[in-house]
Design a protein around this ligand. Sequence first.
Ligand code: MG
Length: 382
Amino acid sequence: MKYNADSPLNIAAVIVCAGKGERSGLPYNKILHVIGRKTVLEKSLDTFLHTRVSHITVVTSNDDISAVRDITSAYDNVTVTLGGDTRAQSVYLGLQAYPCDIVLIHDGARPYVTEDIIEHAIDSAIEYGSGIAAVPCVDTVKRVKGDKAHSLPRAELFNAQTPQAFRYSEITDAYSRANGTFTDDAEVYESAGYTPRLVEGAYDNVKLTTPADFINPNKSCRIGIGFDLHRLVEGRKLILGGVTLDYHLGLLGHSDADVLTHAIMDALLSAADLPDIGVLFPDTDDKYLGISSITLLKQVLSEVERKGLRIGNISAVIIAQQPKLAPVIGDIRRSLADALNIKVTQINVSATTTEKLGLIGEGNAIAANASCLLMENTDGKN
Ligand code: MG
């Protein structure tokens, strides 16, 4: 069949989620695992539906069909089909469920697929019949027979990923004649006499398989920084990290002027791509007059958690000439850790002077810098 790239083609995808994923160590199917604010399955669905793909068939097992239907009911052009005993049977059932011109077959457990990979695979399938996402082998591969290992030429070796795109008529023909054990769709296609063609995949496009993949998934960390400075004056309390210090001066501000907590809040908000504290808690609003910054910090934490993020660690430095802070650093860390519901080891606070130089060195102000690492929630809770 000759394909004309200018004619409108019906391009669809089959996402295979019928496996048990037992190696993941999760008590449920890994495609239902939440990363950030979306399940693994939703991440793939959302990416595919931003491409030329106009319909997706999700193939799943009896165990997961109701959970998968709950997810896919939010999408207009996604349908669900029951799979078979093997991956090959599941793919074939998925293919038969929705005839089209070009079909992409994708592992449900590869949530980091990109629109570019999908589009390149489609282009290749239109022009050449197939487009298999693959990356060059990083490791040297050995073929072992008995106790003898033979090195294979690495430059010729690629790791196949998904999506794998095909002309629908050719891959359904190949599956209808498939007989044997196959580890991917390209192998089925090849066994029927067709020649698979590779397109550039991505090393990030991993298949979530083992517990380590879920503890440390790619693209899950966000950093943020914050800075603040307040003037030291008479008649105010000096509060740092929610701890009131014994000092004859205090920091001037609309709230309690806890400069350290302010820097930490801005670091958290920055990492979470949220507006800063000046926007969230304006000093023109009487509601915040004299308010404890620890109360505001807890509000910031809720905003961060609402975005599906949790704190990895916070690192902060207080810049002050006086008073000596070493004796209270432990209390400050405990106070902040309590407010943020994290371990003390997740928040480090150090102190420095400016060698008596400038506004801070002359004892007229205290400043603070903070940085933080936020991580997408991967504990299955949202
Ligand atoms: Mg401030």
